[in-house]
Design a protein around this ligand. Sequence first.
Ligand code: AP5
Length: 215
Amino acid sequence: MKIILLGPPGAGKGTQAQLLVKNHGFHQVSTGDILREAVKNGTELGIKAKEYMDKGELVPDSIILELIEDVIYRQKSGEKNVIFDGFPRTVVQAEGLDKLLKKYSDKLDSAILLKVDNEELIKRLTSRRVCPECNTVYNLITSPPKKDELCDICGSKLIQREDDRPETVRNRLRVYRKQTEPLIEYYLKKEILKEVDASRSPQEVFTSVVRALKL
Ligand code: AP5
């Protein structure tokens, strides 16, 4: 099974993907996480990606498509149930994914659109904190750590993502509306789009996602 989680920054793609991993054994492919890891390790990919990510712009399609083929098929995880979190982000990426799936005799089952209004997105993103060591995601309002800004799992000091600063958040939302929103039409036409109201609690949203996927 191959599933896409679609939605604006802060809609809860990562949160829902994690719940699918934990409860239904999916393999999560988050292009954002892969790119952040590359930036942290100072790899060639990371150096290229950082200049786009810091401004809230999208990393070029050619880099992303190469990355996906590598992660999904060349590293032999092709047979697993995969959830794409944050990919595709443009029509070019969606078309590239279709080609890739065809090449490996694979197919896409569903695209889940997580819908949340702008005001809530800005609130969620600016209050998000992450653990730089184990990548656990927190929210100072809705899911704070037990001890003041320290990771519950490994005790590291939590940080704010560079691109979660208010000015960059606003640009990421603009970029989403312009470059990613056309994918709604793309997957509607393919008749695999399912919309979920993602403004409720993570668990309530998860119940709707599971229902939409008929898991
Ligand atoms: P990426 O990491 O993919 O960022 P994003 O799409 O902007 O999504 P986020 O991670 O910000 O949000 P999310 O929807 O996963 O929400 P989360 O669950 O964390 O990409 C970062 C950058 O990398 C891009 O800007 C781009 O430069 C580059 N990039 C990545 N993929 C690319 C691609 N394919 N092509 C080109 N460039 C690419 O939740 C957010 C917060 O809200 C958390 O604090 C969480 O605890 C909280 N929360 C979650 N759900 C709820 C809920 N239901 N109620 C209340 N709070 C909630």
